[in-house]
Design a binder for this molecule. Structure first.
Ligand code: ZN
Length: 129
C-alpha cells in the first residue's frame, strides 16, 4: 500500500511525522513487514531521531547549519546549496521494520520530515509492504 501526505513547512524544521506513519501502517493491515518513508524533494529529507526533548531538534538544526555553512564558492544559481547538502546528509528515505502490526522504533525514536529550504508545500510517501 502507498500513502501520500502533504505538508506546509516553515523555513527550517524537523516535523514529527511518526503518528502519520503509524496510521498508514495500521490502515494497511500489514502485521509483519517493512515500511519505507520517502521524501521526493532535493532540499528536504527524512530522518529518525529523538522525539522526547524538543531541544534535540533545535540542536540538530544548529549542528547542520554549522556543518554546512553557506559558501561564496557555491555555484548553484538558486542559492540554496546548503539545503541540498543537508538533504543528502539526512537522506531521502528511512526504512522501519513492522512487527506485530506496529513500527519497531526505540522508546526515544521519532520519524521526522526535515525541511531545509522552506516555507514550501511538501509531500512524502509511506510505502507499506
Ligand atoms: Zn537548488
Amino acid at each position: 500500500m502507498l500513502y501520500e501526505y502533504n505538508l506546509q513547512t516553515p523555513r527550517e524544521d524537523f516535523i514529527n511525522i511518526t503518528a502519520k506513519v503509524k496510521e498508514a501502517v495500521r490502515q494497511s493491515g500489514v502485521i509483519d513487514g517493512i515500511c519505507v518513508i520517502y521524501c521526493p524533494h532535493t532540499t528536504a529529507g527524512i530522518t529518525i531521531n529523538e522525539n522526547a526533548d524538543p531541544d534535540v531538534v533545535t540542536d540538530m538544526l544548529l549542528g547542520l547549519r554549522k556543518a554546512f555553512p553557506d559558501r561564496r564558492e557555491f555555484q548553484h544559481a538558486e542559492g540554496n546549496s546548503t539545503a541540498h547538502l543537508k538533504s543528502s546528509f539526512t537522506g531521502a528515505s528511512q526504512t522501519v521494520i513492522i512487527k506485530e502490526g506496529g513500527l519497531v522504533l526505540g522508546t526515544w525514536q521519532g520519524i521526522y520530515f526535515c525541511e531545509f529550504d522552506g516555507p514550501r508545500s511538501r509531500r512524502f510517501y509511506v510505502k507499506v509492504v
